[in-house]
Design a protein around this ligand. Sequence first.
Ligand SMILES: CC(C)(COP(=O)(O)OP(=O)(O)OC[C@H]1O[C@@H](n2cnc3c(N)ncnc32)[C@H](O)[C@@H]1OP(=O)(O)O)[C@@H](O)C(=O)NCCC(=O)NCCS
Length: 171
Amino acid sequence: MEFSQSFAAINRAEHRLKEFDCGKPGMNQFIQQFACKHSKLGLSRTMVLPVANLEGDKRLIAACFTLAIATVQGKSLPVKKSLPKYPTPVALLARLAVDLKYQNKRLGEKSLISALRHAARLCDEGLPAYGLILDVLDKDALSFYQRYDIFHQLSDDPMRLFAPMSVLRKI
Ligand SMILES: CC(C)(COP(=O)(O)OP(=O)(O)OC[C@H]1O[C@@H](n2cnc3c(N)ncnc32)[C@H](O)[C@@H]1OP(=O)(O)O)[C@@H](O)C(=O)NCCC(=O)NCCS
């Protein structure tokens, strides 16, 4: 099975949204029903890795990630610097998933790296973010992210992870 080399913005006309199944119903529902709508509204942006398709039909989605903007209280971040009292802007990795058919082929890792690079690029192009946070779906997902030692748990929520932008820029 051939995958595209790069991620593209999700698009109902080009991607087979209804067939995406990563095994987590809430995640599937977001991709199938809300990802395009939220991209148009400017609430989040979902990028997908399509499966190559020689016949020119709509393409299956092998993997995807969703980025958005959020703010956190500086004092909850695992950093030594003292930050202003007002909310700290961060990139939010809102979703990351691989279709069950394509799991265990390193697409989760590829998607994570692409998402982190995408966030760093946006920051360098003028949308400032102190780092990236993500909300871990469950214990299974936590053990996936804990493999990558760039993430640190937030002091007030162990299921919320943070990576500083200075680290993302090196990925
Ligand atoms: C978590 C998920 C993205 C992993 O995707 P994947 O394509 O199967 O993972 P990869 O093949 O890239 O795995 C890379 C490495 O992580 C390991 N890994 C994969 N899932 C793991 C998990 N849940 N816990 C610990 N390690 C995991 C793999 O064994 C592999 O290790 P290796 O380097 O020793 O070979 C995928 O299982 C998924 O979409 N799950 C449902 C949605 C979800 O939970 N998303 C996280 C949202 S917070």
